[in-house]
Design a binder for this molecule. Structure first.
Ligand code: 13P
Ligand code: SF4
Length: 319
């Protein structure tokens, strides 16, 4: 604990010295979430992280999360220094959607509007017409459908098929998945619901359809938090990365939250629903990158110029 406190004090001092602000995702370690909030930064979902980084006056952003979040911040603010605790913190959706193969897929469907999830590389975003996160995907695709667009969707097949079921849009899909949410299981969730009959089920839409079908509320990380605050219930089962438990419990003292079962939930693995890449973010790394200005995010200027279009569309749409 002393070492943690010392690291936190060092980070607070370095943030001031470097005129830097910290932006953390809800899935990173609670220490990094708390530090961001305590120091005037932000802990939020991927959409609001992007907006906050763009609008904040600080010249240096420390993005605790995964690589696509740092890249989005850099695309929106190329003049800023964007630091990440670990540049190898990626995402299975990003890894599973290489830019070249994705461009070839788009070429096969020239009549479709390309809607890409935020969890992708800058190069994939540079091929998109629209960017979305899980908090605005339904509304964006719904609006595009109303305008007569046919959609090419990438990369998360579960989120894509959820949006298709909800909007009825004509969509073709890239076959990607989040390794964390893909593990939530319907059968085991049924059993847990029987154990907790009064619990409401909150689900991130990167989860499989059988799990989404059992949800009382489906939403992004911030959507799940909102549902937990507003729903008239005392007990919840939550199908998302267990990093979200920190804010669920902080915002709802007196309410009880259970983790939804994953394939890996067993005597040896009590909390398998945690993203291995989000887990790569640590206090010591944040202190080190602020001290050395190592781990800066770099994005090619031509990619920035093109990738900015779909991101700006999303931010304008949700403003
Ligand atoms: P949110 O956009 O809901 O924050 O989700 C990002 C993410 O990586 C979910 O796994
Ligand atoms: Fe990617 Fe899933 Fe990790 Fe989110 S939780 S960063 S979607 S692998």
């Amino acid at each position: 604990p002393d070492e943690r406190q010392a690291l936190k004090a060092r980070i607070r001092r370095l943030l001031k010295e470097r005129n830097a602000v910290m932006v953390s995702h809800y899935y990173v370690h609670p220490d990094l979430q708390d530090l961001a909030e305590e120091t005037g930064g932000l802990v939020s979902d991927s959409l609001e992280m992007a907006r906050f980084g763009r609008d904040h006056a600080a010249q240096t952003l420390v993005v605790s999360g995964v690589r696509f979040m740092g890249e989005t911040s850099k695309i929106l603010s190329p003049e800023k220094t964007v630091l990440m605790p670990d540049l190898d913190a990626t995402c299975s959706l990003d890894l599973g959607c290489p830019a070249d193969a994705f461009a070839a897929f788009c070429d096969q469907h020239p009549d479709r509007t390309v809607v890409v999830y935020a969890n992708t590389s800058a190069a994939v975003k540079a091929r998109a017409d629209w960017l979305v996160t899980s908090s605005c995907a339904l509304d964006v695709v719904g609006a595009l459908k109303a305008q007569g667009h046919k959609i090419l969707w990438a990369p998360d097949r579960h989120l894509g098929s959820y949006i298709q079921r909800e909007t009825g849009a004509d969509m073709v899909f890239w076959n990607g998945a989040c390794i964390v949410h893909d593990e939530f299981k319907g059968f085991e969730l049924e059993a847990l619901k029987r154990e907790h009959p009064n619990a409401k089920v909150l689900v991130h839409p990167e989860s499989p359809a059988e799990v989404v079908a059992m949800a009382d509320a489906v939403g992004s990380t911030s959507g799940i938090l909102k549902a937990a605050r507003e729903m008239d219930a005392r007990e919840f089962i939550v199908a998302t990365d267990n990093g979200l438990m920190h804010h669920l419990r902080l915002q709802n003292p007196g309410k009880t939250f259970h983790e939804a079962p994953t394939a890996g939930n067993s005597a040896t693995c009590k909390s398998c629903a945690h993203c291995p890449w989000m887990a790569m973010n640590g206090l010591a790394d944040v202190a080190r990158v602020l001290e050395t200005v190592a781990n800066t995010i770099q994005v090619d200027a031509a990619v920035i110029e093109r990738a900015r279009l779909p991101i700006d569309r999303m931010l304008d749409f949700t403003a």
